[in-house]
Ligand binder design. Structure first.
Ligand code: ZN
Length: 96
């Protein structure tokens, strides 16, 4: 059992090494872009900002939709648009 434990698996690509030092070298050589994670964090932050703005936009559209000054056709257009934005929002939230 002990023998099998002497494997060090790369958390990025799954490659297995016998020694932690080899793994460390591998990670440094092949995955030195591990800092990308930080950038991804910023991207996610921007995405949730976008999501919030989109939620706001849907709210505005829904508010307009019940306006008494609009014709049925205009209301229908607004309904279609907010539906499309809601779909986009769902997609954005999935990719988070
Ligand atoms: Zn790797």
């Amino acid at each position: 059992m002990e023998e099998k434990k002497k494997e060090y698996k790369c958390k990025y690509c799954g490659e297995v090494f016998e020694k932690p030092l080899l793994l460390a070298h591998h990670v440094r050589a092949k995955h030195k872009r591990a800092k990308k994670r930080e950038k991804k964090g910023v991207a996610i932050e921007k995405l949730s900002e976008q999501v919030n703005k989109t939620v706001e936009a849907i709210g505005i559209l829904k508010g307009l939709q019940v306006s008494p000054h609009l014709s049925d056709e205009e209301k229908k257009v607004l309904g279609d648009v907010s539906k499309r934005i809601e779909e986009l929002l769902a997609y954005m939230q999935k990719s988070k």
